[in-house]
Each structure stands twice: as structure tokens, then as C-alpha cells.
Design a protein around this ligand. Structure first.
Ligand SMILES: Cc1cc2nc3c(=O)[nH]c(=O)nc-3n(C[C@H](O)[C@H](O)[C@H](O)COP(=O)(O)O)c2cc1C
Length: 176
């Protein structure tokens, strides 16, 4: 797909065909592209937990303000940042700031790759960090950044777009 088309087509998908699994080959491709993400000082903090087990998905839904697509999506990629590597290099700024940006960049690559692979994807950031960590047995220095829901979009889902604030209201030249 053309790059511009990928950007234009990207939107959060929240309804999935629960009977159609995402092929392993595509999951690997999403991960390979996420692995190309930049990271502060090349600390490569991004790590990924793949979840398909219905029981674990149900638990994640419960700690993600009961968002049903967390359970319904056939596959989840939980993008994490291994803050030990950012902290070692950059101290507090690494742990509290760079590690989150690094995880967000990797997440965006997954979202864009999903469009290119005709897979529906959503980014879920509303969750209780400590509970997600407990469910996934994340070490204390690993921070969950986002739960990416993946699957084939339900046919019935309307291809609606959210209105955006006019771009000229958001651009400032030379100073705010
Ligand atoms: C940091 C962050 C957290 C988000 N958390 C959630 C979430 O918990 N649940 C959800 O349905 N969408 C979530 N979203 C998706 C946004 O709601 C969505 O990107 C926005 O409404 C614009 O829609 P679009 O991405 O389809 O263009 C999140 C997006 C970001 C960037």
C-alpha cells in the first residue's frame, strides 16, 4: 500500500471478527517492524508480550476499564518498555520520559503495519499499570505502555472518521 494511503486508512478498530485468527506470519511482521522503532540512545527498551489465551485476555479486559475489545480481539500485543535500560543510561529522564516515547514509537509502527497487512488494530492505554504487570508477570522495571488489539475488522463496522481540529489552529510559527 502507498504510504499516504496507509496513513489515511489508519484508525482504531474496536470490533473484530472473533472467529478469524491473525496469521502468525503477520504477527511476526508486526513485531519485526516494531523492532525497527527508534529508541533514545539506541537503548532498545521495547519488549512485547503476545497474548492469545482467552483467560488472560479476560483478565486484561477487567483491568482496562472493561473495554470489551481487549477480550474479543483474537490477538493482543502488549508493548512494554524495559526501563532498566533507559534508566541505566539516562537516569530518571530515561525511566519516566524516554522509555514511554520509545514504547509509543514501536506501537505506532505496529498500528501502521497492521493497516498495510489489512489487519484491524487498536491502541488501548486506559488500564491499571500495576494490575497489567501482575497479570503478565512483568518484572518491576518493565512498564506496560499499551495494549494493542489485533484482528480482522468486523464487516459491519462503519468506516467512520473522527473530526480533527483544523490543522491551522494547531500550528504555531516561531513562537506559541
Ligand atoms: C495514549 C493513547 C491512549 C488511548 N487509549 C485508548 C483506550 O484505552 N481505548 C480506546 O478505545 N482507544 C484508545 N485510544 C485511541 C484514541 O481514542 C484514538 O486514537 C482517537 O480517538 C482518534 O481516533 P483514530 O485513531 O481512529 O483516528 C488511545 C490513544 C492514545 C494515543
Amino acid at each position: 500500500m502507498e504510504f499516504e494511503q496507509v496513513l489515511r486508512k489508519r484508525r482504531m478498530v474496536r470490533e473484530f471478527d472473533v472467529n478469524k485468527q491473525v496469521p502468525e506470519k503477520i504477527i511476526r511482521k508486526l513485531l519485526r517492524n516494531a523492532h525497527r522503532a527508534p529508541s533514545a540512545g539506541h537503548t532498545q527498551v521495547q519488549e512485547f508480550v503476545i497474548v492469545k489465551n482467552p483467560k488472560i485476555k479476560k483478565k486484561l479486559r477487567e483491568v482496562a476499564v472493561d473495554q470489551e475489545y481487549v477480550e474479543e480481539a483474537p490477538t493482543l500485543i502488549v508493548v512494554c518498555s524495559n526501563t532498566s535500560r533507559s534508566e541505566k543510561r539516562y537516569g530518571r529522564r530515561g525511566r519516566e520520559f524516554y522509555s514511554i516515547i520509545d514504547g509509543a514509537f514501536a506501537s505506532m509502527l505496529i498500528l501502521l503495519t497492521a493497516v498495510n497487512e489489512r489487519i484491524g488494530a487498536g491502541f488501548v492505554g486506559a488500564f491499571e499499570d500495576d494490575k497489567v504487570s501482575e497479570i503478565l508477570k512483568l518484572p518491576q522495571y518493565v512498564k506496560p505502555i499499551g495494549i494493542i488489539t489485533l484482528g480482522y475488522p468486523k464487516e459491519s463496522e462503519p468506516d467512520e472518521r473522527f473530526e480533527r481540529i483544523p490543522i491551522d489552529d494547531l500550528i504555531h510559527y516561531e513562537r506559541w
